[in-house]
Design a protein around this ligand. Structure first.
Ligand code: UDP
Ligand code: MG
Length: 321
């Protein structure tokens, strides 16, 4: 029997918050079930080094009818965990959620209602974001930049509380992108996207799993994974700069023949040269981002390794490999 709703939750070192998550998630979904929405929850343990895997297995034993657990053999990142969760889902509507209770489980019902109106992608906008000021600001800035260089219209890209239709999930399951950003990938496949406003809470327990570095990497994935506009802009900039430098060379040549050799303005020239070098280094780095992506893609190694899936088959509770 296929459930109507699949909830996918990536979990990494969340032992301190899982009990609270269960205590709110299951009642919220049982309330939905009472309204006729059958559900399943797919937890993906992203190689946690604490007790998370054990706690997920315990929960699976408590509610095997609606719980499935995918266990990774290592840490492959939140987005890979979500993709593996998608592979395991069977529902017509798939909702993603963070394990840290920043996305209130009680909002899932609102997403489902919206999906039932005929949309195949329901994004969400956090009414009042409960993150540190610098993250909120930086994320807003990246959001605006991404709007400019891609055709993806997402108001609040950092928010994972979203619902996707089966058609979108099936297409995502066919993709083999190595580093990707799930909400953006899903958006490119949706025919009829919309957004709703949801609450956002402070992290219930534990701390953010994202360092500044991994946040920057994630944003690169968002830019270089969905647009070649940075490359195109760069070649435009190259054209303008080389035209300007050609003009400068011409001007200096003329001065050389009229006034003879002169050494003044040496440091101005240095400044110009250094600026150009900076631009060149940036260009090489930018190219490198794309080459690196191609390299990872061409290597074609498995994107993640699933150790075990805990799931309920027919009548008994069993573990499948
Ligand atoms: N997460 C994961 N793998 C990782 C990092 C995070 O599965 O390598 C999960 C984490 O357990 C949580 C969600 O992704 O459920 C979002 O992580 P977090 O709350 O740390 O990110 P933030 O809210 O700070 O963006
Ligand atoms: Mg969080």
């Amino acid at each position: 029997m296929k459930p109507e709703l699949s909830v996918v939750i990536p979990v990494y070192n969340e032992e301190t918050g899982l009990a609270q998550l269960y205590a709110r998630l299951y009642p919220a979904l049982d309330a939905l079930a009472a309204r006729g929405v059958s559900y399943e929850i797919v937890f993906v343990n992203d190689g946690s080094r604490d007790n998370t895997a054990l706690m997920l297995a315990d929960q699976f034993r408590l509610r095997p009818d609606v719980t499935r657990v995918v266990l990774f053999s290592g840490n492959y990142g939140q987005h890979m965990a979500i993709l593996a969760g998608f592979q395991a889902t069977r529902g017509e509507i798939v909702v993603t959620l963070d394990a840290d209770l920043q996305n209130p489980p009680e909002e899932i019902g609102a997403l489902v209602d919206k999906m039932r109106e005929g949309y195949d992608y329901v994004g969400s906008i956090r009414r009042k974001r409960q993150d540190s000021a610098w993250r909120t600001y930086a994320s807003k800035a990246m959001n605006r930049f991404r709007e400019k260089i891609t055709r993806i219209k997402i108001t609040d890209q950092g928010n994972m509380l979203r619902a996707y239709g089966r058609n979108v999930i099936d297409l995502i399951n066919q993709c083999s992108e190595v580093n990707t950003f799930v909400p953006a990938l899903a958006y490119t496949f949706s025919r009829n996207p919309t957004e709703i406003t949801v609450e956002h809470e402070e992290r219930a327990a534990g701390e953010s799993k994202y360092s500044l570095y991994s946040l920057i990497r994630l944003n690169f994935d968002l830019m270089t994974g969905f647009s070649i506009m940075p490359l195109q802009w760069f070649s435009m900039l190259g054209m303008v700069l080389s035209a300007a430098s050609a003009l400068l060379v011409f001007l200096l040549l003329v001065r050389r023949f009229i006034l003879g050799s002169e050494a003044e303005g040496l440091f101005t020239l240095f400044a110009i040269a250094f600026f150009m070098m900076g631009v060149i280094l940036f260009g090489i780095g930018l190219l490198g981002e794309y080459v690196g992506r191609i390299y990872q893609q061409v290597r074609g190694r498995p994107r993640y390794v699933v150790q075990t899936i805990l799931e309920h088959t027919s009548n008994d509770v069993s573990e499948t490999n």
